[in-house]
Design a protein around this ligand. Structure first.
Ligand code: 8YV
Length: 311
C-alpha cells in the first residue's frame, strides 16, 4: 500500500517528482475544497512535507489523526509546534548544515550590495544613466564593525567570511562561546557597538521582535540592519518608521514578517536592499535539502533512525 503524504507548499520539481514516485502525494495548497479533501483523505495521511517558512498549523495537524512525521524542507522549525509534536509522538525533521554556506554567502552579498549600492549601480548602467551622471559614493565594507545576533552554524559561517573582510566582529547569543569575537550580553549593546547588525538567530517566542525600536535606535543613523533569519525577529513597523525618519542608516533584508510581502513603504528607499527569501535558493543546496527530506521520510517509514531529526 503506498503511503499518503500531504505536501503543504510548492517544492523543487525534482523533489516533487521523486516524492510522487515513492508516495501518494496530496497537494494541500492546491485543494479547492479543503473540508471535502480532509473528509476523504485526512485519516490516510501519515506524513507531511513542508517548507521551513510554512510549517504546519496546529489546526491542520489536529485533524490528521494518523500523522507520523513532518519533514521540513528547511532548517527553521519555528512554524511547527514541537511541543505538540512530542506530545502526539509525531517526528519532525529539518535540513540543517547543507544550507549554511548559502545563507552565509547571501548575508555577505547583502552587506556588500547595501554598502556598495549594487542594485543602483546595475540600474545606472542598464538605464543609460552612466554617461549623464556619476553614481554617488558608497560605504566601505572592509574593516567595518559587524555584529552577529545568533552565533549558531549560520552565524559562525558568516563570521568566518567576515574575517576575510578584516571586520571587527562581535556577537550576542544564548551563550558566550569560545570564539575570537567580542561578546555582548544584550542585543542592544551589540547594536550600539556595531555598524552592521546581522540577524542569524532562530525564530522563537523568545526572539520574536528582538530587533525592536530600542535596538534600532542603538544601531543608529549610520547603522545597517541585515536579516537572513526570519522576519519575526524584527519589529517591521519599527524598522519602517526608523528608516522613514532617518534614525537607521539602511537595511538589507531577505526575510519579512508577512512573506511574500515586503513593506511597500521601503520600496523607494535607496538605502534598502531586498531579496525574496533566497538564502538557501541555489541548485546545489536545494538538491541537498531535497535529498535530506527524502532520506528522513524513507528512514521513518522503514523504521530507522532519522538522519536529521528535530523531534
Ligand atoms: C527556505 C528556510 O526558504 O531553511 C529555512 O528555514 O526558510 C529556507 O531554506 C524554505 O524552507 C524552502 O522550503
Amino acid at each position: 500500500m503506498p503511503i499518503d503524504i500531504l505536501q503543504l507548499c510548492p517544492l523543487m520539481p525534482s523533489l516533487e517528482a521523486e516524492l510522487a514516485s515513492r508516495y501518494t502525494v496530496h497537494r494541500w495548497f492546491e485543494a479547492d475544497d479543503q473540508p471535502a479533501f480532509l473528509k476523504e483523505n485526512a485519516a490516510n495521511i501519515r506524513g507531511a512535507v513542508t517548507g521551513g517558512h510554512v510549517g504546519i498549523a496546529n489546526a491542520l495537524a489536529d485533524v490528521l489523526p494518523n500523522l507520523e512525521i513532518v519533514a521540513i524542507n528547511g532548517v527553521g522549525f519555528d512554524k511547527v509546534d514541537l511541543e505538540r509534536a512530542r506530545k502526539h509522538g509525531i517526528r519532525v525533521s529539518n535540513t540543517p548544515d547543507v544550507l549554511t554556506a548559502d545563507v552565509a554567502d547571501l548575508a555577505i552579498g547583502l552587506i556588500i550590495a547595501q554598502a556598495r549600492q549594487m542594485a543602483l549601480a546595475d540600474a545606472h548602467v542598464r538605464t543609460g544613466d552612466w554617461p549623464k551622471a556619476e553614481l554617488g559614493l558608497g560605504t566601505r565594507v572592509s574593516g567595518r564593525r559587524t555584529g552577529i545576533f545568533g552565533l549558531g552554524r549560520i552565524g559562525k559561517a558568516i563570521a568566518r567570511r567576515l574575517e576575510g573582510f578584516d571586520a571587527e566582529i562581535a556577537y550576542c547569543g544564548r551563550v558566550r562561546q569560545d570564539v575570537p569575537y567580542g561578546y555582548c550580553a544584550t542585543l542592544e549593546e551589540l547594536a550600539r557597538n556595531c555598524d552592521v547588525l546581522i540577524i542569524a538567530a532562530a525564530a522563537s517566542a523568545k526572539t520574536y521582535h528582538a530587533v525592536n525600536a530600542g535596538v534600532i535606535d542603538a544601531l543608529g543613523p549610520k547603522g545597517v540592519l541585515v536579516n537572513v533569519a526570519r522576519g519575526s525577529l524584527v519589529d517591521e513597523k519599527a524598522l519602517v518608521t526608523a528608516l522613514r525618519e532617518g534614525r537607521l542608516g539602511g537595511a538589507a533584508l531577505d526575510v519579512f514578517e508577512n512573506e511574500p510581502h515586503a513593506p511597500e513603504e521601503l520600496f523607494a528607499m535607496k538605502n534598502v536592499v531586498f531579496a525574496p527569501h533566497i538564502g538557501s535558493a541555489t541548485h546545489e543546496t536545494r538538491k541537498a535539502m531535497a535529498d535530506l527530506v527524502l532520506a528522513n521520510l524513507a528512514a521513518h517509514f522503514e523504521g530507522e533512525t532519522l538522519p536529521t531529526p528535530v523531534v
